[in-house]
Design a protein around this ligand. Structure first.
Ligand SMILES: [Zn+2]
Ligand SMILES: [Zn+2]
Length: 273
C-alpha cells in the first residue's frame, strides 16, 4: 500500500471504531431477527447470540476474542459452535472474556462434555494450547485487546451481568447489556466526554413496563426517560426489542425522543464511530 492509499484510508474513516451489528433482537422469528452479537473490528465480539451464525467461515476464523455480558441463552447460543466451526484453522486459542461468575457458568454448563465437548481441553492441531481459553475479567478496568479498550459498566439483571464501554482512538461506545434501570450506568456515560453512542436494550413497550421491572429489562417509558437526559451528541441505538413488539417500541421511542439521533438497527447493519 502506498502513502496516498494510507492517507485516503484515514480520510474515509479507517481509524474509526467499526461495529457490525450481527444480532440485535430480543428473540428469534424469521429472517430479520437475530439475537445479540456485535463485532468490533474483525477480531472482537461482544456476545455470541444467533447473529454470530451469519459470519462466513473466513470471518469466523478471525474472531480472537469473545466478550460476554452475561450467560443468558440468547447471548451465548452460538458460542459453543464457534470453536467447532474453526478448530482446524486456528493458530491460537479463542479467548472468552467475562465476569468471573459468568466464566464459571460457561465452564459448568456449556463446555462441560455433557451438552458440548470441553473445548478448553481440546488442543489446537500441532499445538499444546487449547482451542478455547476462558479468561475471567480482572477487577481493574480497562482491559486492552487488539488496540481496543474495554471496561465493565454496571448492569442490573438479577444474575451476574455487566455492560461495557468500548473505546478506540479516544472515541467510546457504551453497551447496556441486558438490564433493568441502573442509575450508575447512566451517570457514568452521561459524564463521559468520549461517548459517541449508547447501544441500549429496550425489551418492552410501555404497556409491559411492569413485566420489564419484574424481569429486569427496560421498557420504553424507563428507557426514554434515561435517554432524554443524555447529552444530545450521543447516538441512541435501540436493541433487544422482544419479537412482535418492534414497531410499537419504535413508535413510542420516536414520540419521546424524536429530536435525538435515534437508531433502530437490523442484523447486518454497520456503524463507524
Ligand atoms: Zn438476559
Ligand atoms: Zn437477552
Amino acid at each position: 500500500m502506498n502513502t496516498l492509499e494510507v492517507s485516503l484510508e484515514c480520510l474515509i474513516g479507517e481509524q474509526n471504531m467499526q461495529i457490525k451489528i450481527l444480532g440485535c433482537n430480543g428473540g428469534i422469528g424469521g429472517m430479520n431477527r437475530r439475537t445479540t452479537c456485535y463485532r468490533i473490528g474483525e477480531s472482537i465480539l461482544i456476545d455470541a447470540g444467533t447473529g454470530l451464525g451469519d459470519l462466513t467461515l473466513k470471518e469466523l476464523e478471525k474472531i480472537d476474542h469473545v466478550v460476554l455480558t452475561h450467560a443468558h441463552w440468547d447471548h451465548i447460543s452460538c458460542l459453543p459452535l464457534l470453536p467447532d466451526a474453526v478448530f482446524s484453522m486456528r493458530k491460537s486459542p479463542i479467548k472468552i472474556w467475562a465476569l468471573p461468575e459468568v466464566i464459571n457458568i460457561i465452564k459448568a454448563h456449556v463446555f462441560n462434555n455433557h451438552v458440548w465437548p470441553d473445548f478448553t481441553k481440546i488442543p489446537i492441531i500441532g499445538s499444546t494450547e487449547p482451542i478455547v481459553a476462558l479468561n475471567p475479567l480482572p477487577d481493574a478496568n480497562p482491559i486492552l485487546i487488539d488496540g481496543v479498550e474495554i471496561s465493565k459498566l454496571p448492569a442490573n439483571h438479577g444474575i451476574p451481568a455487566c455492560g461495557y464501554r468500548v473505546s478506540q482512538e479516544g472515541k467510546a461506545v457504551a453497551f447496556t447489556g441486558d438490564t433493568g434501570d441502573e442509575e450508575q450506568f447512566w451517570k457514568t456515560i452521561a459524564s463521559d466526554k468520549a461517548m459517541r453512542a449508547v447501544v441500549v436494550e429496550c425489551s418492552y413497550p410501555k404497556s409491559l413496563s411492569e413485566l420489564g421491572k419484574m424481569t429486569l429489562h427496560l421498557s420504553t417509558d424507563v428507557a426514554s426517560r434515561r435517554l432524554a437526559n443524555l447529552p444530545a451528541g450521543i447516538a441512541r441505538i435501540i436493541i433487544h426489542r422482544k419479537p412482535g413488539y418492534e414497531e410499537i417500541i419504535d413508535n413510542e421511542l420516536k414520540r419521546e425522543l424524536g429530536q435525538f439521533d435515534l437508531r433502530f438497527p437490523i442484523p447486518g447493519q454497520e456503524y463507524s464511530f
